[in-house]
Design a protein around this ligand. Structure first.
Ligand code: FEO
Length: 402
């Protein structure tokens, strides 16, 4: 923590985490703006540390705590989530805090035991609705299973109306400032990074997110303090509102044309589809899978109403980068989407059909048979691509109005 950094959420409640400026790959997620691992210290008659950081940054966390209190004065370590970006430092932290008891739910205790040697750790097991008095302050625990692991929970400081929301509402975004109203990057970038985070980490868990939002709506929240990125205090309602849209993959009037190409035939088809989809009121976007990354693809996908996925045929199936894109999207399962497959082939078919199989697995509404051409897309094929793109655009408009 730099001395200039404002870290206080409320009197005696401070951020004590680590800003990771250099991380660019977070288990495959492209973090081109870095990240933070947020931990918080609540000091009262009893003192509670809320979460820790990634293993290599344990000493920074311990130093941040030591700036605020004696290490033997920390009574509790609340573990909201067992994933190593928040618990990797726990073994070192527990060694440094001689009087600490780990507070977590039963599933988290089991998960921690599978990651670390917890045989010497002291535990206090909590469940939904339990409270822990720190003196003047009370911690209340809210279970949020599958946001983002089965054992995940959030911790609410009743008196200060602060929700430590764990992964929910976070972003991979390194900044010198901790709060949404003082962060030196435009708000739309913060929101874009929040959307990217949701799309790549949380999107498969729409139903658990809905339950989490229902629980959050019953709490009076002044500050929403996630475990990555900036802390929300001015734009709490904005980010809660965006989650309402994202949890159902709410569609905009947007068509995404995702493709790979070998000798430009499928690329020409993609351009024709995109041209056809480019009508007023519709955002049509070309996404060349070897020109970008899967993290961006997921982000673009969450609010696209309609897709055209294209691949030429290589060895009777799709191109490998396209297979990676389809596999990644299938895992994230964007909901309520529609579209078709397209692509060229030489002497045997297979690429578009393989692509369509993934679309069917994602339960997409298949709007037409795969659009294929042999070797080169001549004028009639390109016209068919253009018309199919136009049809997708009209469908996207209707989906956005629904
Ligand atoms: Fe930031 Fe699911 O860990």
């Amino acid at each position: 923590m730099t001395k200039a950094m404002k870290t206080q959420l409320a009197e005696n409640i401070d951020w004590v985490g680590y800003v990771d400026w250099t991380v660019r790959d977070f288990h495959g997620y492209v973090t081109d703006r870095g990240s933070t691992y947020n931990a918080y210290l609540v000091r009262d008659e009893k003192t509670a540390l809320i979460d820790t950081v990634k293993a290599p940054y344990a000493e920074y966390l311990i130093e941040n705590i030591a700036h605020l209190t004696e290490l033997d004065q920390v009574d509790y370590l609340v573990c909201n989530h067992a994933e190593p970006d928040h618990t990797g430092a726990m073994p070192a932290v527990i060694q440094a805090l001689p009087n600490v008891t780990v507070v977590c739910d039963k599933k988290c205790q089991a998960a921690l035991a599978q990651h670390y040697d917890t045989s010497e750790w002291k535990f206090e097991i909590v469940k939904e609705g339990d409270t822990l008095s720190l003196g003047k302050r009370t911690l209340s625990f809210v279970e949020t299973p599958m946001v983002h692991w089965p054992e995940s929970m959030a911790t609410y400081v009743v008196e200060d109306k602060i929700l430590f929301s764990m992964d929910a509402f976070g972003q991979h975004l390194a900044t010198t400032h901790r709060f949404d109203d003082e962060v030196p990057v435009p708000l739309d970038i913060v929101m874009y990074e929040s959307k990217k985070y949701y799309a790549n980490i949380v999107m498969p868990y729409g139903t658990p997110v809905k339950k989490t939002l229902e629980k959050a709506s019953k709490l009076d929240i002044n500050i929403l303090a996630p475990s990555h990125g900036i802390i929300w205090r001015k734009y709490v309602d904005n980010i809660l509102g965006l989650y309402q849209d994202w949890m159902v993959c709410k569609s905009a009037a947007k068509v995404l044309v995702v493709y790979d190409s070998m000798w430009e035939s499928t690329a020409q088809m993609a351009h024709a589809i995109n041209d056809g989809a480019s009508i007023p009121g519709v955002e049509a976007k070309l996404f060349y899978v070897r020109g970008s990354d899967l993290t961006t693809l997921a982000t673009e996908s969450i609010d696209a109403a309609c897709f055209a996925f294209g691949s030429p045929t290589l060895n009777k199936t799709m191109m490998p980068e396209m297979a990676a894109a389809m596999t990644y999207l299938q895992g994230l399962s964007p909901q309520s989407k529609a579209g078709f497959a397209f692509g060229s082939y030489g002497w045997s078919k297979g690429g578009p059909k393989a692509v369509q199989g993934y679309m069917e697995n994602m339960k997409m509404d298949i709007t037409r048979e795969a659009l294929e051409c042999q070797y080169r897309p001549h004028a009639a094929v390109l016209q068919e691509c253009f018309d199919a793109g136009r049809q997708l655009a009209e469908m996207a408009k209707k989906a956005a109005e629904a």
